[in-house]
Design a protein around this ligand. Sequence first.
Ligand code: COA
Length: 377
Amino acid sequence: MGSKGLEGIVAARTTLSHVYGEEGRLVYGGYEIEDLAENASFEEVCHLLWFGELPSRAGLEDLKAKLARDAVVDERVLDLVRAAPREAHPMSTLRTAVSALGLVDPDAEDMSAGANLRKSIRLTAQAVTVTAAIDRLRNGKEALAPRAGLSLAANLLYMLHGEVPEALAERIIDAALIVHAEHGMNASTFAARVTAATLSDLHSATTSAIGTLKGPLHGGANEQVMRMLLEIPDPEAAGPYVRGKLERGEKIMGFGHRVYRTTDPRAPILKRLAEELIRRGGNTRWLQISDRIQETMREEMARKGKPIYPNVDFFSASVYYTLGIPLDLFTNVFACARMAGWTAHVMEQYSDNRLIRPASEYVGPRGRKVRPIEERA
Ligand code: COA
């Protein structure tokens, strides 16, 4: 049998990104993630993913104008979000909304390269608007329209909270969007490419991806990390909490990775941002508890001879929480960022397509005959 979980199987060739698991490096189109997080904006990274190059000043202004124009969401889709039960998970609502955006998109069934690029830009902008609208509408508030002149990061916070964010908050969300934008053949990207490889449309592919990202082993981990941090009453309690979970055979969310064999390079970027937030008056509690969890994991996993390192979600959780993003909306923020990567992968898949159709090993019974229903147990 092949590798369970397809570990190590190469399922596509890509120019978009590479995860160097042993070294703990992540590279988008030849640029190190640290360099991009520090010196580029999310919009510039979108340009890199969709066009293969960082934009010129004019190219960036053009893309920003398109993103701003396209961020407006059709009222019929907002009505659907409004109709969602209050207790629906925001990722389920986003999945439904993105699918519904395909119903009203003027390019929905157009499979030309130009139409797919327009849909990629539109979906990336609209995911931000929908994410904020989900939270406002479920709380009985009106959805806010995106504000012209703001970045996607600032607009996300603006449309959520009704206030233009401070520069630091915008920069932190912008960096979080950059580090979550793309990550090789992760599970949701694979789902998107599998759907695209049947030559289904881009809204269908990204709807598949959102459903896949939702799971707690993938994008849903950031929400679970925050639930864990909230469950631990103080830093002293973190060690016994982690040991107890490990003794019960439970996983600690925000640790471990299929590809990284060392620290996920995105984790220290987010940790530095979390520290910056704290210096500006944030709560030190989350970092103290996080440090103790990390220490305990280091000790326990070293004892078991199975080092497990923190991943991106371990620090994104407390950063989002400190910025006032509701806990169950964390994975939606991840989805807003990854929309850029998913759409880039879908376009790459279309450009050199072959149906993705692996095999399975049959291990069920053989040689059975259908008996009349009355004779069956
Ligand atoms: N806490 C405790 N133990 C962990 C662990 C964690 N977070 N992640 C992995 N392990 C252990 C597994 O129990 C397994 O032990 P075993 O060999 O005794 O069975 C071993 O490490 C290998 O893990 P495995 O689950 O086979 O790795 P994977 O490549 O299939 O899974 C993840 C990778 C990310 C799904 C997994 O590490 C995980 O579930 N992490 C928590 C969820 C999370 O943070 N996801 C976000 C990823 S960015």
